[in-house]
Structures are given as structure tokens and as C-alpha cells.
Design a protein around this ligand. Structure first.
Ligand SMILES: Nc1ncnc2c1ncn2[C@@H]1O[C@H](COP(=O)(O)OP(=O)(O)O)[C@@H](O)[C@H]1O
Ligand SMILES: [Mg+2]
Length: 350
């Protein structure tokens, strides 16, 4: 057991039997439960073993992921980034017991906004040409978030130097106080919405992107609708993007590489504060290359799941990333261009 995991180890009487817990999310790597622990509602993240892996390797990888997760969560907290508090670790059942954040994932917020755009007949047609120029393949989200492949598979340096992405200027990413207040109010309304957000829209899109829009529209019937103008909607996305860019810049300045930056791994809490989660693939590294790949993974995730907003959203993320730490941003964005070029080459080669 690692030093970090030991610090949070549960006694036998505190250990939880997962058969008694109610599972509310199941991913490829594990299950998420809600339960009570020491009088508080908490979240339990349990990693299960993968049968296709050799049991010894599986054990090592599972422990490594748990250690990385705790380390990432804690390092971020120390750096002033909001992450769930870790309460305990159950090393027998590979569980982390952590703070249950009351909020919505950025993915859900964006889905609500997209649905509202459709509902209010707001078009982003003039914004969509960018989407095509940066995303030449039709990869799914899994493809979008596979940073290890980007790192490992394509090592060839390009002969020509790719253009460094130009992050928008400070004036382009600023929001007037009035617009900011309005955007925050809309965001709070979305976060406070207590109904279920129908995730079948996104899972539908992940598996069958663009082929089944009629079904998606029907399934989206239970999403909350708000009267938002196009400007108000984009101000809200700007508000979110700026928080994301600023948070990631601080995270990278502290040499924390998240490893799986997607909009499902970011939660907006009841105070409209961005909370980062899911640090199982995180590493602590100075590497500019890893920071660039982190951003590239996020860009691909946004393009893949929220293509309608991608043009503005990622630019604003980069703008805030740069505003927060110009020196770091210049180096990371330069490498980002190379990573992106390699990513495209990979798509063409297959
Ligand atoms: N601490 C938390 N508070 C509230 N919701 C959470 C928390 N951790 C995870 N979740 C929810 O569970 C989902 C899956 O958790 P995550 O840690 O991302 O695991 P996975 O490895 O399966 O992606 C998240 O997208 C989020 O909706
Ligand atoms: Mg996740």
C-alpha cells in the first residue's frame, strides 16, 4: 500500500460492503456509489478488476490509479484548485471515499445549453467552419481522450514548424460585470435544476454521432429550458471556459498533469465554482509536452461532444490559460501545435 493510500486507510469496522451501496454511475474502470459515512453523504469510487488483465498486473495498475487519484486531488487542493476532499481509502475493495460535490458536470451544463439553443432556434452556423478545419477525422470520444496514444505512438517530428495557436487577447475574453452577473445567475439556475439530465443524448452521440438526431431530440424532452439569447448563452459558455482555462493554468503551473481532461471530469458546484475530478491518470511532471497533451485531450473532447460550441469554447479556454500565466502558455501552446499536428497525422495514417 502506498504512503498516500495509507494515510487515508479505513479500519475494518469502517470498511464498506459495496453490495450494500447504491450504484449511481458505472464507467469502464469502476463504479460510483453514494452513501453515508460518519454522518455525511459521500461518494464512493470503486475500481474493479479487469478480467482480461493478468491478475498481478491488474492489482498493480488498480493500486497505481488509486494512488494517482488521491495524489492529484490533494496536490490540486494545496494549489488552491477546488477538488473533492478525500475522506478515506478502502484498499481491500479499492474504494476512495470522498466528498460528494453538489453540482453538475460541465458536460451536463453544456448539454442543457445546446438543447436550449435548439429550443430557442439559435443558430451558430457562422461559427462552425473552424470545427471542420481542426477536426478532420470523425473519431469518437474514446479516440479523443486517449492521451497515451498521442504520447507514445507518434514520435516523428514534423519538418515544418506548425503555427502556434493564437489565444484571444485579454479584451476578447473579458466579460462586463453586468454580463458576468447575468451569466452567473443562469448558471446557478442550471445547477439548481434537480431533475435528471437525460444522458442518453450524449451516450447516443458518443456511440452514433450525428446519425440519430431525431431520437436525441425526443429523448431530450425532459431537459430544463431557459429563455437565453445567443449573446447570453455565449456569455455563459465564456464564463465557464474562462474558469476552465484559469484552473488548468494553475494546475499546470503546479506541474499537475490531469491525464483525462474531459467535460465529464469537471463539475460546477452550487457556488458556480469549477471542481476537477477523476485524477486516476494524473501525474506530477514538469513536462511541457505533457501539459500540451493535456490541453489537446480537452480540445478533442470538446470537439467530439460539444462541437456546436467548440470554436469559441476552446479559444476562450486558451485565452484564460494564457492570461493566467503568459510564460507557461507560450511554451505549452507552441508544443500544443506540434501535438495537434501529430494527432492529425495519426488520423490520416490510421
Ligand atoms: N466527488 C464527486 N461528486 C459528485 N459527482 C462525482 C464525484 N466524482 C465523480 N462524480 C460523478 O461520477 C462520474 C464518474 O466519476 P469519475 O471519477 O469521472 O470516474 P470514471 O473514471 O468512471 O470517469 C463523474 O462524471 C461525475 O458525474
Ligand atoms: Mg471520469
Amino acid at each position: 500500500m502506498s504512503h498516500i493510500a495509507k494515510k487515508f486507510k479505513l479500519t475494518e469496522s469502517e470498511a464498506m460492503d459495496s453490495s450494500m451501496l447504491i450504484c449511481f454511475k458505472q464507467g469502464a474502470e469502476g463504479r460510483i456509489f453514494k452513501t453515508n459515512y460518519l454522518g455525511k453523504e459521500v461518494l464512493v469510487k470503486e475500481r474493479f478488476s479487469k478480467k482480461y488483465r493478468h491478475p498481478d498486473l491488474d492489482k498493480v495498475l488498480t493500486k497505481e490509479r488509486i494512488t494517482s487519484e488521491i495524489r492529484g486531488l490533494m496536490k490540486c487542493r494545496t494549489a488552491g484548485i477546488r477538488t473533492p476532499a478525500v475522506y478515506a481509502v478502502n484498499s481491500v475493495q479499492n474504494q476512495i471515499i470522498m466528498e460528494l460535490v453538489d453540482g453538475k458536470t460541465v458536460k451536463d451544463v453544456l448539454l442543457v445549453l445546446e438543447q436550449n439553443m435548439k429550443h430557442n432556434n439559435i443558430s451558430t452556423e457562422e461559427d462552425n467552419d473552424y470545427e471542420m478545419s481542426v477536426d478532420e477525422d470523425s473519431g469518437d470520444e474514446e479516440d479523443a481522450v486517449d492521451s497515451s496514444e498521442v504520447n507514445g505512438k507518434i514520435k516523428n517530428k514534423q519538418s515544418s514548424v506548425p503555427p502556434t495557436p493564437v489565444a484571444p487577447s485579454v479584451s476578447e475574453i473579458s466579460l462586463s460585470n453586468d454580463d458576468k452577473t447575468k451569466a452567473q445567475t443562469f448558471l446557478s439556475n442550471i445547477i439548481a435544476y434537480t431533475g435528471e439530465i437525460n444522458l442518453s443524448i450524449s451516450s447516443d452521440r458518443e456511440s452514433n454521432r450525428g446519425k440519430d438526431s431525431e431520437k436525441s431530440n425526443q429523448e431530450s424532452g425532459n431537459l430544463p429550458t431557459f429563455q437565453l439569447s445567443k449573446d447570453e448563452l455565449f456569455n455563459l459558455i465564456k464564463l465557464l471556459s474562462l474558469q476552465i482555462g484559469q484552473t488548468l493554468s494553475t494546475m499546470h503551473a503546479n506541474n499537475i498533469i490531469h491525464g483525462d481532461l474531459t467535460t465529464s471530469n469537471m463539475i460546477v458546484d452550487r457556488n458556480n465554482c469549477l471542481v476537477l475530478i477523476d485524477f486516476g491518470l494524473s501525474v506530477i511532471k514538469v513536462s511541457t509536452e505533457d501539459k500540451a497533451v493535456d490541453l489537446y485531450v480537452l480540445k478533442r473532447a470538446i470537439l467530439s461532444l460539444h462541437s456546436i460550441f467548440s470554436r469559441n469554447m476552446f479559444d476562450w479556454v486558451l485565452g484564460a490559460y494564457r492570461r493566467e500565466n503568459k510564460k507557461q502558455a507560450e511554451a505549452v501552446l507552441k508544443t500544443f501545435a506540434e501535438v495537434e499536428m501529430r494527432g492529425r497525422k495519426r488520423c490520416m495514417v490510421g
